[in-house]
Design a protein around this ligand. Sequence first.
Ligand SMILES: Cc1cc2nc3c(=O)[nH]c(=O)nc-3n(C[C@H](O)[C@H](O)[C@H](O)COP(=O)(O)OP(=O)(O)OC[C@H]3O[C@@H](n4cnc5c(N)ncnc54)[C@H](O)[C@@H]3O)c2cc1C
Length: 538
Amino acid sequence: MMMNRQQSLKKLTVETFDVCIIGGGASGAGCALDATLRGLKVALIEKDDFASETSSKSTKLIHGGVRYLEQAFKNLDLGQLRQVRHGLEERRILLQNAPHLAHPLALITPVFSWIEGLYYSIGLKLYGWFARHDSLPKAQWLSKKETFSHIPTLTPQLHSSVMYYDGQLDDARYCLALALSAQKAGAVVVNHISVTDFTKDKTGKLTGVVCQDKDKNFTVKARLIINCTGAFADAIRLKANPTLPLRIKASKGVHLMLPNTVLNSTDAMLIPKTKDGRVVFVIPFEGKVMVGTTDDAYTRLEEEPILIAQEVDFLLDTLRPYLKTCPNKKDVVAGFGGIRPLLAATGDKATKRLVRDHEVEHDPVSGLVSLMGGKWTTYRLMAKDTIDTASKILGNTATCQTDSHLLIGAEKYSDSYWINLKKDFDFDDDICHHLSHNYGTLALDIIELGKHDRLHPDFPFLKAEVVYAVRNEMAYTLRDFFARRIRLEILSWEATLQSIDTVAGLMAEELGWSVAEKEKQITEYQELICNFKIASRE
Ligand SMILES: Cc1cc2nc3c(=O)[nH]c(=O)nc-3n(C[C@H](O)[C@H](O)[C@H](O)COP(=O)(O)OP(=O)(O)OC[C@H]3O[C@@H](n4cnc5c(N)ncnc54)[C@H](O)[C@@H]3O)c2cc1C
């Protein structure tokens, strides 16, 4: 593993790339795959871990946006309508290209009167009409009895509900699959390397990036540099050309995690209106229930946007009228926050009314291309637009291939793959589901490693996954593993704390950590998780 990394770092220093992409979130990993499949020589450089910022902290929905559709009609806004249509087209492609990591999800919107039911029924049927070319079931108005057969924990006060479908993805693993698919196609892909500056020619045009690896610096030469740093895009843009105007208006959104019993269902709930005029989702995810999100302007980009007690109160208050019995603060098992890289419109509007579309900017002075804004659902379209621009600049005529390119693990995968694992290896059902959904047909590579015992008795994660994550998925820190290779950090802070020693032992062996390095990793990560707990309760 360390040898692979050394080889990648060597390539970065000696070769000249067509394209150097800064940032390994959905946008950067998507661009890396698209550009590599068009035959370009690509470097992808991520300062922390793939998806370590916003791309692992989303609501995990692949959607056109029912709220955007409502706003499109209310404001007669064709731009919003176009976004919904693009989102729904991309939903189909995301589900098709990595069916192990993304699947259809039923969402139930409880209503409290007949007239409300009619309103949402018409709206959600229209939403389905925009997606008429895909195979997801269409919206249905459910009676009260039918509603309880889907989600038994809802309040008896409800009148009925409207059920519709969208997609759900494991955001961190989808992003990793994009980065690894790009690598498989020939890109040089590295994490834990930060871009700190640019090299320029006499005219001010960028010729490469200056990178920092722990305490040493090196330069990567590239014909074109693409900035995919999400909420951090302005810092990179201004380094390339200090005269550019700021474009990112960051907004914080949090989610909290509750036990599965809160919904007792495989379906999700959409709360159609919060006090501040938004929607909140209550979604089953990996055996827990995720509730979110919020939307607040955020300026402290250098600090991680963690879940705080007031946000817990707000989300539980929003949930309360919809459930027979509402959980309270002590039921919160984990939580996380992310920063939306929204594109600033003119003026100082509330961030929830900012345009969520994306923009590809080519700065003629420095030559930097920046991909800004957008959402997870449209990452592929965003990457296509960016690499179309890059191709034009570089004179590359190859066309985009990503609409039908299966990501790693998706080859020969089907929904019943977990049953094959069950038949062949006789693991518990939850382990078979987990392995097939996390790794697709690559699950066999993990099983081959042995170490089939669980990391924690309440979760289906295996010790073999630690070894696999280090050897095959570029996991270098405890947090890489807990937060993004498996998702235990966002599922249970307690179980994470209880598993740290075991995982650290296995990682230390694989990565050759000294005793001091291992202890440092353990202490720092324990402190981080304890701080999350404290902040959510104070
Ligand atoms: C609360 C919340 C909920 C959301 N829910 C949804 C949803 O349900 N569906 C949906 O479609 N979208 C959703 N989104 C939006 C979606 O998550 C984002 O649009 C998307 O993840 C942004 O990806 P990105 O790659 O542009 O940014 P990021 O994921 O932030 O990636 C940028 C990367 O650049 C790296 N970087 C920064 N500076 C440097 C540097 N100097 N050198 C090297 N690397 C650097 C960072 O470490 C980071 O990994 C949500 C967003 C939030 C905040």
